[in-house]
Write a protein that binds this ligand. Structure first.
Ligand code: ZN
Ligand code: ZN
Length: 574
């Protein structure tokens, strides 16, 4: 019941220190500054929405193209891009291989597409693979003066060239322009915008130039390719893919006219044509009378194969074009943010944990004691209350050559003088000891007992010369820790405080005022031990037992000997 109806809370330690207080405020202010900067920089107080967009592109341009064996031909946008305008992309033809006057028939396969042969046996009737122009008839015929290849049933003569001409036939497409229309929407905020701004009228669009107006939605193809870091005339030979990125980053808390597109360009396909199996980008289709009939294959290669058909003397003839070109992909991405109280609360909540860094850093500073020595020494003792395991007994030891007291684990195997120290801490003064001192000062007669001379040599662990070996290692403790010197039991104060019978009797009467009989030697010894503890150890820390050096025990036993020569141990309880 008690646990149910109770509330536990954390105990705090307050350290009064100007440097620590200043450091705390500096750290907290830095954390607050960091949180505020992060919030303003990343607009953490806003709710964000991703862009939804639609794009159309309109290419314009007319150019002369000198076709081999056909002369100059005028090409306009219907020829070089036609209905190949995909969603979010457009294609511009820049180069081509032309094969004229093809008729249905039988002819030799080109050596680059088919296999060379010596005999009819080398060719297989009905065979076809993806590189050949037709179906093999099974005979081996002469292709030219050097080569013999398998005969195929195909559109003859077959296309021979495999490399596009250099320089590109339509390199002048560099000057073509494209108008990009981009409508965007942020559904969460019901916000609509276009890249052609309301103030851009028809005369503006006719006259604007990218070079001095970054918002102009009309681009020349050469400019796009240059900004992507490529050379148009090189790219025009085999084709490629160029990405046009339109980025919208809108802050709807501000004026919406600041919500503007930013254009950037980069090449998307592999640049080194010999490193990829299919250079550039290509797709093939057939068309009749400048109208595309069907797209046959659409692969990752930038050339297009199409044909124009016309009847000549009742027989259908065609002209085959293999066109190379540049595909422009338009990618729109972006986000818009608007103030949201919920986002702000969530952000503040998520940053509160940063203040824990102050505590961690402050604790480290205090422990390393570089600012406040006194607080550092007592800090862990005050802050952490350690409760030792009941099974192990912690002894509290005082050496006359050290100010602090030491806590050591009791061992029955190792002598107490050599046991490793668990902790060192400051001594707490005992008020009872002060009372005894007052009694001592009022005592007029004091004659010190003579310090006995030991015949035997002191053991190796003794630093004071007053100890003797004991059968119990937990009793083997000297009054000094590390330096050789005088024994505390030989001091005048030791005699006055611990060995004066009148003082000890008075102290025993103080505890039991109505005791009739004079105290026994055992009671006097216990009283003397308590006097030692109060004098040298003060109030021993919680859960520890005081340990008394061997030299002092010997001295007390000599002053108040047991009649039967038997001595028991000493504990604070009795
Ligand atoms: Zn000693
Ligand atoms: Zn000693």
């Amino acid at each position: 019941m008690v646990t149910l109806c109770s509330y536990e809370t954390t105990k705090l330690v307050r350290i009064h220190s100007v440097p620590l207080g200043t450091l705390k405020w500096i750290l907290n202010a830095s954390v607050l500054l960091f949180i505020c900067l992060l919030m303003l920089w990343n607009r953490k107080y806003q709710q964000f929405d991703q862009v939804v967009s639609s794009v159309t592109a309109k290419v314009k341009g007319v150019s002369h193209m000198k076709l081999p064996s056909e002369g100059a031909v005028i090409w306009d946008e219907a020829d070089f891009s036609g209905s190949l305008q995909d969603k979010n992309s457009f294609f511009v033809v820049t180069n081509m291989i032309v094969t004229k006057h093809q008729k249905q028939g039988r002819c030799a396969e080109s050596p680059s597409s088919g296999r060379r042969c010596q005999h009819h046996n080398d060719c297989k009737q009905g065979a076809w693979d993806q590189h050949s122009h037709g179906i093999q008839t099974g005979s081996c015929i002469k292709f030219d003066a050097l080569d013999r290849t398998c005969e195929v049933a195909a559109w003859c003569p077959v296309e021979v060239k495999s490399k596009p001409p250099r320089p590109a036939l339509l390199a002048s497409a560099e000057k073509f322009t494209v108008l990009i229309k981009n409508n965007i929407r942020f559904p969460a905020f019901n916000f609509i915008r276009r890249n052609i701004l309301p103030e851009m009228n028809a005369s503006y669009l006719r006259g604007c130039q990218r070079a001095n107006d970054s918002l102009c939605p009309i681009f020349t193809l050469g400019d796009i390719v240059n900004r992507a870091g490529e050379n148009f005339s090189t790219l025009a030979v085999e084709g490629g893919v160029i990405g046009i990125q339109i980025k919208w980053d809108c802050n709807l808390d501000h004026l919406t006219r600041h919500c503007l597109p930013a254009y950037s360009f980069r090449r998307l396909d592999q640049k080194e044509s010999n490193k990829t199996l299919y250079p550039g980008f290509s797709f093939r289709y057939h068309f009749k009378s400048r109208i595309f009939l069907n797209v046959i294959i659409h692969v990752c290669q930038m050339n297009v194969r199409f044909a124009r058909y016309k009847p000549v003397n009742g027989v259908e003839e065609r002209t085959l074009y293999k066109a190379y070109g540049i595909r422009f992909d338009i990618m729109v991405f972006g986000q818009a943010g608007k103030f949201s109280i919920i986002q702000l609360i969530l952000y503040i909540g998520s940053t509160l944990s940063y203040y824990a860094m102050t505590t961690v850093l402050m604790d480290w500073v205090i422990r390393s004691s570089c600012c406040v020595a006194e607080a550092g020494r007592n800090y862990s003792e005050r802050k952490v209350e350690s409760i030792p395991d009941k099974k192990e007994c912690i002894l509290c030891v005082s050496y006359v050559d050290e100010d602090d007291i030491r806590l050591v684990k009791m061992s029955h195997k190792k002598r107490l003088q050599d046991v490793k120290t668990v902790r060192v801490q400051a001594r707490r003064e005992d008020v009872g000891h002060m009372t005894a001192t007052v009694c001592l000062l009022t005592d007029p007669q004091s004659s010190p007992l003579p310090f006995p001379k030991h015949c035997a040599r002191p053991p190796s662990w003794c630093m004071c010369g007053g100890c003797s070996a004991s059968p119990f290692p937990q009793e083997e403790l000297c009054c000094r820790h590390s330096s050789q010197g005088a024994c505390v039991a030989a001091s005048a104060l030791f005699d006055k405080l611990l060995l004066q019978r009148t003082l000890l009797e008075a102290l025993l009467l103080y505890r039991e005022p109505l005791a009739q009989t004079p105290p026994s030697a055992a009671a006097l010894r216990r009283c003397a031990y308590r006097q030692y503890v109060a004098w040298r150890l003060g109030v021993p820390p919680v859960d520890t037992q005081p340990a008394i050096p061997r030299c002092c025990v010997i001295r007390i036993r000599e002053a108040f000997p047991s009649p039967d020569g038997q001595y028991g141990g000493f504990t604070l309880a009795n």
